[in-house]
Design a protein around this ligand. Structure first.
Ligand code: HSE
Length: 293
């Protein structure tokens, strides 16, 4: 038996819509695999009741198919589905690493990115690799049609997950089809700033570079209390705040000693608008890790 832990991820980071992603130290999914004649899947953990165990409908089943690697697969969900924290990507990445090893397929982590993205496509309808790339490779990733670029970094983050539902379909529908050149130019500047910030492990630059006036304002409007939560986090030291993926998680970047205060301020601000939430005090971390047994 093989066990793989694959992390939650946060895509977009404001200025890098459908391009940027980071692996988070916590939370994570744990996937266990054993060889079998046919794929079977069991799912436990947070939000597991929403995840189909039929291999034809499960992201992990699609990965097993793509690798021609039938197995008994047990998924222990630590990443809540529909949280904006790459829940299906974590399972898909974990399964890809585990089954690649179990069947000795010999694919590199980079080569597993499109395989895991196929699994994602099954549940989301589109094969975005901006969550599976950091789940597999760790650190900060840039995904384009030309491939994946990755850099290790350890910037501190707070991911505050409110108990509200934002449909991924709604979150994609509010994305504008076009943007004024002035907004594009501004966003390119921010994206470049954020990239240098990640490479230098500098939360001030990363926070400044998260700013985005094209997609984030539209998505923030779908999250009750977003503006108040953002303000509260900035007041106690966050250097930048944005929507994590399609939401509803709100992601803040900060200096490590400020994490506790930022987490508390975000939870309190959600509470003030009647929304319960949970804040993960985390950081950019490693990609999927493999254990034998
Ligand atoms: N980049 C994607 C989005 C991430 O924001 O819609 C979720 O798949």
């Amino acid at each position: 038996m093989l066990t793989v832990r694959a992390p939650a991820t946060s895509a977009n980071l404001g200025s890098g819509f459908d391009v940027f992603g980071v692996a988070l130290e916590t939370p994570a999914d744990v996937v266990r695999v054993e060889r079998a004649a046919e794929t079977t899947i069991t799912v436990t953990g947070v939000g597991s009741q929403y995840i189909p165990e039929d291999p034809e409908q499960n992201t992990v089943g699609a990965v097993a198919d793509a690798l021609d690697a039938p197995a008994h697969i047990r998924i222990d969900k630590g990443v809540r589905p529909s949280s904006g924290l790459g829940s299906s990507a974590a399972s898909a990445a974990a399964a890809a690493v585990a089954l690649n090893e179990l069947y000795d397929r010999g694919l590199t982590r980079e080569e597993l990115v499109p395989v895991a993205a196929e699994g994602e496509a099954l549940v989301s309808g589109e094969a975005h690799a901006d969550n599976v790339a950091p789940a597999l490779l760790g650190g900060f990733t840039i995904v384009t049609d030309d491939g994946v670029t990755q850099v290790d970094t350890a910037v501190s983050l707070v991911a505050c997950l409110p108990e509200i539902t934002v449909s991924t379909r709604d979150a994609r529908q509010v994305v504008p089809e076009s943007a004024p050149m002035s907004a594009v130019v501004e966003t390119v500047g921010h994206a470049a700033t954020l990239t240098i910030g990640m490479a230098r492990n500098d939360p001030d630059l990363v926070g400044r570079g998260m700013s985005d006036g094209i997609v984030t304002p539209e998505r923030a409007a779908l999250i009750d209390g977003y503006d108040a939560v953002r303000e509260a986090a900035l007041e106690v030291g966050a250097t930048g705040v944005t929507v994590s993926g399609a939401g509803p998680t709100v992601l803040a970047v900060c200096h490590r000693p400020d994490r506790r205060a930022v987490a508390g301020a975000m939870v309190d601000a959600f509470d003030d608008v009647g929304v319960e939430s949970r804040a993960y005090q985390t950081a950019v971390g490693d990609g999927a890790t493999l254990h034998r047994g």
